[in-house]
Design a binder for this molecule. Structure first.
Ligand SMILES: Cc1ncc(COP(=O)(O)O)c(C=O)c1O
Length: 380
């Protein structure tokens, strides 16, 4: 190593050097070209299979003529719509480039190197990366045997060094959730100086479950709720997420926020999507129906899918190789699923709930590969 390399290395904090670059899946168009496919069902990223709201598209298209201007940095109209919907003041709302963008601001504003963040194993990988990128120490506990957050174990990890507790509810990649009672239990152990991030990316699918804790019903000064337009609203590509919290938290987040996020198109698309409740209803209805079919298909074929309240289902195979084989063979048939090795669940795969045509494509492709799969790997 020459002296220049050594100097450059010293420029980069050790916790950044240790990070791995996020590995996104290949775009569907590239896969189609590589594998000579004409038709792809993308069931790997928990996106909306009905597409964006047509109303949102109209709004965004119209506003393309305004992109010579900077966006409204206060996102007045979008905040106003969210305030009305959730009966909150605009001062309690923050917007960003996806909910992940807001998580990055939270890390930047509140967390210093070596401070501790308590969360679970096998939760949203984007969060681990953001926590490590500011040098935080992750204090994780295993999931319970039924794939749920272990709130008791998490509570026991909270000390005076803890800065943040992160909860994805429902959790990705398991689709399980903490109940209202469990949330209340955990909050009893959270001191006021600890910030709780309640990541509700799949809220619109989850809210119909009785004991799912809608965080709007709580008013804690140290909880920030994050939601997104990427999932049920079908706008993952425009990158728009929002957070609700006490004004003091929001004011401090705004100090580190890039002023013009979300951009003009994202603000307009999100506003359009919020007003298109029929599209949201169709999305949730499709999800419920296709979830049932997918769960039954998997069970009838000898798998043990994990009960999920989100728009995806994960299930176990006998080994990591079986997951890679299943992923690869399904890809040859044009179906993209997600092996969960990056979530440190190498023996599991996750399939997003698509529309009827996509799920039939998945079932037919599974029917094709299952005889050889079963012979090679059996079941977990
Ligand atoms: C639990 C969870 N939180 C947050 C996100 C990120 O969402 P966004 O697109 O709003 O950044 C995802 C995306 O997959 C997720 O699964």
């Amino acid at each position: 190593m020459d002296s220049k390399t050594v100097n450059r290395r010293n420029l980069v904090p050790e916790y950044i050097q240790k990070l791995n670059v996020y590995q996104a899946g290949k775009p569907a168009t590239e896969l189609a070209r590589e594998r000579g496919l004409t038709h792809i069902s993308k069931l790997g990223s928990n996106e909306n299979p009905l597409g964006p709201s047509p109303f949102a598209i109209r709004k965004m298209t119209h506003d393309l003529w305004e992109v010579n201007h900077y966006p409204d940095m206060h996102a007045f109209k979008l905040k106003e719509a969210l305030s009305k919907l959730y009966k909150l003041k605009a001062e309690n709302i923050i917007l960003g480039n996806g909910s992940e963008g807001i998580m990055a601001y939270i890390m930047r504003a509140f967390v210093r190197p070596y401070e501790e963040i308590v969360t679970s194993e096998n939760t949203f990988i984007g969060f681990y990366i953001l926590a490590r990128s500011v040098g935080a120490t992750l204090m994780t506990v295993p999931l319970t045997s039924d794939y749920r957050y272990d709130v008791k174990a998490m509570a026991s990890k909270i000390t005076e060094k803890t800065k943040v507790v992160y909860i994805a509810n429902p959790n990705n990649p398991t689709g399980t959730y903490i109940t209202r009672d469990e949330f209340d239990y955990l909050m009893n152990y959270v001191p006021e100086h600890v910030l709780v991030i309640l990541d509700e990316a799949y809220f619109e699918f989850a809210r119909e479950f009785d004991d799912y804790p809608d965080s709007m019903d709580y008013r804690y000064d140290n909880v920030i709720t994050l939601r997104t337009f990427s999932k049920a609203y079908g706008l993952a590509g425009i990158r728009c997420g929002y957070g609700f919290a006490h004004q003091n938290l929001i004011d401090n987040l705004n100090k580190v926020k890039l002023p013009f996020e979300p951009n003009i198109i994202a603000q307009r698309g999100a506003l359009g999507a919020l007003k298109d409740s029929p599209h949201l209803e169709r999305t949730v209805k499709n999800n419920r129906a296709m979830y049932e079919l997918t769960f039954s298909y998997l069970t009838n074929n000898g798998f043990k899918p994990i009960n999920s309240i989100a728009n995806f289902i994960s299930f176990k195979n006998s080994c990591a190789e079986a997951c890679q084989w299943m992923f690869d063979k399904l890809l040859d048939l044009g179906v993209i699923i997600r092996p969960l090795s990056t979530y440190e669940m190498p023996e599991y795969v996750r399939v997003s709930i698509g529309n009827e045509e996509e799920m039939n494509h998945f079932f037919k492709s599974m029917d094709t590969i299952l005889p050889e799969f079963t012979e090679r790997f059996g079941r977990a």
